[in-house]
Write a protein that binds this ligand. Structure first.
Ligand SMILES: Nc1ncnc2c1ncn2[C@@H]1O[C@H](COP(=O)(O)OP(=O)(O)OP(=O)(O)O)[C@@H](O)[C@H]1O
Length: 458
């Protein structure tokens, strides 16, 4: 009996891979076989049973681990994070000035529960009488560093308690390549990943402003959005119009995706004014008949993608060009949504004097910015207090941004997909626009033409 059980165990060990495959293909049959062996040779079946259980448990963990490679690690790190918060709580409160008294009469804010949901460790805290959320916000940097967290968000949880959400890992540290196979619903374009592991989706409906310093990764938001729209381009239901005043360095890499491209200020103004004209014609046609636009090949969604908005509205050396560009963008942003004209603009400097139309962009994405005031300009008052720290995004993480929206209770940290030149060229080739729209010839207003003629004749 002993010899039979040893042989069986050995056979199972040697053929573990095959057994595993059978177990996966027909777990019911495997169980019946084990039950029969058990009936015939109760003791010899025991090692087989143990092995089968071990193998299937291993298989289960392996499948889970490969579906989400960080799962086990996340669990362990989350538990370590919880332990750290509990064990350091008293010391941190004392050193951050949140404790009262000393020795046996030491009073601490009560740590009610600590839970981990990767990448967050959340602590529910009941402050001492007289303490408010503001005291905790003031001490947040000291608490964050003591708990070894990359970020700390403090939110009220009911009338007496606060939630302290520590971000203990960084799921955005890894670069995610742009994936064109993602479903491309126009109301929810997948353009990256969120800190909590969910896909980062944006609607193409609102006009979008992408702000970030040089090298912050505006290009990755620009191209991830273009990629998400790309499947609609060959059918003609979406038309992309690219404006890139850096001589077309960015946009021309994926030129095929665009129905029209402008690479100098005069062409850009001519193109914008033509789009305003198309928008107004469509508005007249829809008046009293259609209240909101559905993209079709006859009436496509027109998306204007501008690489550096300030080059058009502030840095162009001709005041008249600046003014005309600004007027056209204002008109597209204020009247374009209903007839299906959208603007996505990137810029480095979000000050109002640089972009007068800033307030008309209803969706803003804040990449790495220079300082706290720029973060507030881009994401609005109170954004920094609720955890949007664009000015603290490290240089080493291009494409990382903060976004806020009505569905989110607090600003979410996200990272755009990364698209290299090769991927952009391949996508532009695969999803090229069915027709090209010639940029109309730039026309100066009649009074300026007259002025020039007078100057030339003098
Ligand atoms: N999402 C991303 N993931 C990984 N790397 C990225 C990502 N986005 C950008 N990068 C890298 O960061 C560098 C700067 O990116 P990008 O050119 O898009 O910045 P930018 O904000 O457009 O800068 P500029 O305004 O100077 O053109 C690039 O070399 C790119 O390789």
């Amino acid at each position: 009996m002993y010899a039979a059980s040893t042989t069986l165990s050995r056979a199972l060990a040697v053929n573990a891979g095959r057994v595993l495959r059978h177990l996966r293909a027909a777990p019911g049959l495997a169980l019946v076989a084990i039950a029969l062996i058990w009936l015939g040779w109760p003791w010899s079946a025991f090692p087989a049973f143990i092995l089968a259980v071990a193998l299937s448990t291993g298989e289960l963990l392996w499948v889970r681990a490969t579906a989400n490679p960080n799962r086990l690690l996340c669990l362990v790190l989350g538990l370590i994070g919880c332990r750290r918060v509990r064990s350091r709580w008293a010391e941190v409160c004392e050193s951050a000035g949140l404790a009262r008294g000393s020795g046996n009469a030491l009073h601490l804010p009560q740590l009610m529960k600590v839970t981990a949901t990767w990448p967050y460790v959340s602590a529910r805290v009941r402050p001492l009488i007289g303490q408010t959320a503001t005291d905790f916000v003031a001490a947040s940097e000291a608490i964050r560093m003591a708990m070894n967290a990359s970020r700390l968000r403090i939110e009220p949880a009911g009338p007496r308690e606060l939630d302290l959400a520590f971000t203990v890992g960084d799921p955005l540290a890894a670069v995610s390549p742009a994936d064109i196979s993602q479903t491309s619903d126009l109301d929810a374009l997948t353009i990256g990943v969120r800190e909590d592991g969910a896909p980062w989706r944006i609607a193409v409906g609102p006009h979008t402003l992408v702000a970030g310093c040089s090298g912050a990764g505006k290009g990755s938001v620009f191209w991830s959005t273009a990629f998400a729209l790309a499947p609609h381009v060959p059918t003609g239901t979406v038309r992309l119009h690219g404006i890139d005043l850096k001589g077309g360095m960015e946009v021309l890499v994926g030129e095929g995706l665009f129905t029209s491209v402008a690479t100098n200020a005069k062409d850009a103004v001519a193109l914008l004014e033509q789009l305003v004209q198309l928008m107004q014609q469509r508005t007249v046609r829809y008046a009293g008949r259609v209240r909101s636009h559905t993209p079709t090949a006859d009436d496509p969604l027109e998306v204007v993608m501008i690489d550096e908005l300030a080059a058009l509205t502030a840095y162009a050396n001709d005041r008249d060009l600046q003014r005309r560009a600004d007027t056209a963008i204002n008109l597209l942003c204020s009247q374009g949504r209903a007839p299906g004209f959208m603007v996505l603009a990137c810029l480095q400097d979000p000050r109002k004097e640089v972009v007068p139309s800033r307030g008309l962009f209803t969706q803003t994405i804040g990449l790495r910015l220079k300082d706290r005031s720029e973060t507030t300009m881009v994401l609005g008052d109170g954004a920094t207090e609720s955890g949007a720290l664009c000015h603290q995004i490290p240089r080493a993480l291009p494409g990382v941004a903060y976004v806020s929206s009505e569905e989110l209770s607090h600003p979410m940290r996200v990272r755009a997909f990364y698209a290299d030149d090769e991927a952009i060229r391949a996508t532009a080739q695969q999803y090229s626009a069915p027709e090209r729209l010639e940029v109309p010839t730039f026309r100066e207003p009649a009074d300026r033409r007259r002025l020039r003629t007078v100057e030339a004749s003098e």
